[in-house]
Design a protein around this ligand. Structure first.
Ligand code: F6R
Length: 359
């Protein structure tokens, strides 16, 4: 069943190109986004978006928030479902309520969805399991087409969630006329390039495999990024801690100087996501500060960085989401290879379950 891969997680990482292609199938026609699932949604009455989710799905939600505001010019706010439920949130029927869930059974996400529904909001589920509790509860559903995900650490589900949310962003921008035709066209072109970007290069995988042996000890990891690369940093750190049991945090690079940089020394590993298409110089100076404090630096970027202890070169991309997906792949492979070297059970990490149906 593992088709020659060592673990399901590895197989699922390699499957991402295919399942993202499937998630995109039938969604683009004549430079327009097709989401028939939303035919009952009157976007003229929607002026904001709220998203609730947990774990990796929450990171997909955070990524979407950057896209919704930047591209579709619609206000977006994201909350962890278990926080949202108990804070007595103020809800507004002009806000579209979205939940994201791979399993469709996460208790806190389901309860958050019920609360939103009871308040009279329109609700949309982005989910990977048809007929799940979340799908049955939401007014509308867009199914991601990741297929069954066996590895406890989510990989291909995350990729299809981000792709679906990107499609949704473009749909909202198009229907609310907040995005011009030229932007829509270039976004669609970038979207269609993702399946190719997600094909794993054996050379890169081999490089990560070799590199991983230097990152087994030490007292922790900081994954840093800015803008939409910040949720990707959170996701990279989550993947690593779930399957390697090493301490890892994701941080917005600009926040390091407000406290966390106190931890920097050669035993602290910084994984820096340095895309060329977004805030490169800002990232550079954040990374320089960490290097000056002796942190061991692994830079992931299309641009060589002289202070890096290790460097993984990404391909040149003209769109930041191209860089996003390539870096996503690299951080997943890094977590996988570190976990394998440590002798852990990659697919069944300790203390974790695939679906969290209890609060
Ligand atoms: C991380 C992971 C979890 C889930 C979270 C939400 O790799 O798998 O953090 O993302 O438990 O699960 P779903 O998406 O099923 O609601």
């Amino acid at each position: 069943q593992k088709d020659g891969y060592r673990y399901f997680m590895e197989k699922e990482i390699y499957e991402q190109s295919l399942v993202v292609g499937e998630t995109l199938m039938g969604r683009i026609k004549d430079n327009s986004i097709i989401l028939d699932e939303l035919s009952s949604l009157d976007l003229a009455h929607i002026d904001a978006i709220k998203i609730c989710a947990c774990g990796t799905s929450y990171h997909a939600a955070l990524s979407a928030c950057y896209m919704f505001e930047r591209l579709a010019k619609i206000r977006c706010n994201v909350e962890i479902a278990s926080e949202f439920r108990y804070k007595e949130p103020l809800l507004d029927t002009k806000t579209l309520f979205i939940v994201i869930s791979q399993s469709g059974e996460t208790a806190d996400t389901l309860e958050a969805l019920k609360m939103a529904k009871q308040s009279g909001m329109r609700t949309l589920a982005i989910c990977n399991v048809d007929n799940s509790s979340i799908v049955r509860t939401a007014d509308m559903t867009i199914l991601t087409r990741a297929g069954i995900e066996k590895g406890v650490a989510s990989t291909k589900a995350f990729a299809t969630q981000v792709i679906t949310l990107w499609l949704l962003t473009l749909y909202v921008g198009e229907h609310k006329k907040s995005m011009d035709a030229l932007t829509l066209q270039s976004e669609i072109a970038a979207l269609l390039r993702v399946p190719l970007i997600l094909k794993v290069s054996e050379t890169t995988h081999e490089k990560i495999r070799r590199l991983s042996k230097r990152y087994l000890h030490g007292h922790g990891f900081f994954f840093i990024g800015r803008d939409i690369f910040y949720p990707l940093a959170l996701e990279g750190a989550l993947k690593l801690k779930e399957i390697s049991y090493l301490h890892a945090e994701g941080y917005p690079a600009g926040e390091m100087k407000h406290g966390p940089i106190a931890l920097a020394d050669s035993e602290l590993f910084t994984i820096a996501l340095m895309p060329k298409n977004l805030l490169y110089d800002k990232m550079k100076s954040n990374v320089e500060e960490l290097s000056a404090r002796d942190s061991t630096l692994l830079v992931i970027s299309p641009e060589p960085f002289e202070l890096a202890d290790d460097f993984i070169k990404t391909k040149p991309h003209t769109h930041m989401m191209g860089e996003f997906f390539e870096m996503m792949l690299i951080t997943q492979l890094l977590a996988l290879e570190i976990s394998i070297r440590l002798g852990n059970d990659v697919d069944m990490p300790r203390n974790l379950a695939k679906s969290v149906t209890v609060e």
